[in-house]
Write a protein that binds this ligand. Structure first.
Ligand code: 9WN
Length: 433
């Protein structure tokens, strides 16, 4: 175990770029928002200062309206497409001119990241000071979401691009893309010259991804216009669970540092509204799972993915719902021949065990499920998620994603996507502390 831990630390140090960590050398040469949160948790296990710098660098890229972008393009790189010249986030009047970025975001990880970093920190006094210095910027990010991403005032925020979900090419989005008339773009993919194309999204999928960005650009990334015109507008249970989990973390942290009653009150109000709507709108009793809601076409997306179980991590389900989630997870994802937890329902024909978010196991989702299951007292299943994660990483190393089928793990197997992937290393450190 200590050999693996040393290797994980080595990877994180090698991916460190003076203030932030790249998810994977060449494949992802910038700073990504949700990666940064998971990575900071890993860094905190061996270097508190590095972890704090990771978070601070991301927060420095925050826009005037509280928005935090999904990618911060610190240094120009020609190994990733699309870069800053395609995204043109600077079209937004409140964009942060010092930090070129995308004009879309990613799940709100920073609240629970700060809380976990503080639990890990050896120097609690210094950690508390760090939290005091930075927590308001995280609060402002939540305020941005509730004020700009919730057009129906439901306490559920939308994402306007599949890249905002973090689960980029999940089959969840297929029916939405069928409603979109995207042109065929002429561009040079960089990812598929680094990674086997069979493990990445297709060219046609990229056409949709670029087209949705072009529509947002036409409106200078104005949130109200995006809510009105984006062909992709979804309430995502994973994204909203992370917001709710981060709300709880902010409440605890504000209580710990004292004062800030107005912010605590506001957070509690958001929390109540969000959790109520979440259970009303995103829980599908017949499926025994949380589902996505297609706000543009006003209909539920009745499919089960690993995101369906993420509300456990945020304490959203009641006891009966939590039990139903566990049954669904075991029935559809938990066969003895399968590692938990496939990213998409293995009992459907959309499941592809090798392709990115269409089936493979991802360590960040497993990390959330592990904590969520533990919180609800499903100790055996939590331990299985944890030991499955560790076993896969030990078998093939710190890849980006992994085949859930146990039968393929013999002989010369490898993981999929990028190698020396930062959050796989970081969360291994946290799971095995
Ligand atoms: C687009 C960095 C990111 C992760 C996402 C993962 C992948 C990017 C891409 O890599 O997405 O954001 O180019 O495929 O899907 O979750 O944050 O690791």
């Amino acid at each position: 175990m200590s050999k693996m831990r040393n290797k994980a630390i080595e990877i994180l140090k090698a991916n460190w770029r003076d203030g932030y960590t790249v998810p994977s050398k060449n494949l992802y040469p910038y700073q990504w928002k949700w990666d940064s949160g998971f990575i900071a948790i890993g860094l905190a296990h061996f270097d508190q200062k590095m972890a704090e710098r990771e978070v601070e660098t991301l927060l420095n890229a925050q826009w005037i309206n509280g928005f935090i972008p999904h990618i911060v393009f610190h240094k120009v790189s020609d190994t990733y497409f699309p870069g800053p010249n395609f995204h043109r986030a600077d079209l937004h009047p409140l964009a942060n001119k010092e930090y070129p970025s995308t004009g879309m975001t990613q799940p709100p990880v920073l609240g629970f990241t700060l809380e976990r970093m503080h639990e890990i920190a050896k120097d609690k006094k210094e950690s508390l000071q760090f939290i005091k210095n930075n927590i308001d910027r995280v609060y402002k990010n939540h305020q941005y979401f509730y004020n700009n991403r919730d057009p129906k005032d439901e306490g559920l925020v939308y994402i306007y691009h599949n890249w905002e979900s973090g689960t980029d090419n999940s089959p969840l989005w297929d029916p939405i893309f069928e409603t979109i008339d995207a042109p065929v773009y002429n561009f040079e993919r960089r990812d598929t010259s680094i990674i086997d194309p069979s493990e990445r999204p297709t060219k046609r999928e990229y056409d949709y991804y670029l087209h949705i960005i072009d529509i947002a650009k036409e409106h200078n990334y104005n949130d109200a216009k995006i809510a009105e015109f984006s062909p992709f507008l979804v309430q995502d249970p994973l994204f909203n669970s992370m917001l709710i989990k981060s709300n709880s973390a902010l409440i605890s942290l504000y209580k710990m540092i004292g004062g800030n009653e107005d912010k605590i009150e506001q957070l509690e109000q958001w929390q109540e509204k969000s959790i109520t709507s979440f259970n009303r709108k995103l829980y599908d009793k017949d499926l025994g799972a949380y589902i996505h809601y297609d706000l543009r076409n006003d209909k539920p997306i009745r499919m089960v993915s690993s995101s369906s179980f993420s509300p456990l991590y945020a304490g959203i389900p009641n006891k009966d719902q939590a039990e139903a989630l566990v049954r669904t997870m075991m029935d559809k994802f938990g066969g003895e021949d399968m590692y938990l937890c496939a990213s998409f329902d293995p009992s459907t024909d959309k499941f592809n065990p090798k392709k990115y978010w269409r089936g493979p196991v991802w360590i960040n989702l497993n990390w959330m499920l592990y904590h969520g299951l533990l919180d609800y007292g499903f100790n055996d299943l939590a331990q299985r998620v944890k030991s499955d994660s560790i076993e896969i990483l030990e078998k093939v190393g710190f890849y980006e994603y992994f085949d859930p089928r146990k039968s393929i793990y013999k002989g010369d197997v490898k993981g999929y996507g990028g190698s020396d992937f930062s959050w796989s290393a970081a969360l291994f450190l946290d799971l095995t502390e």
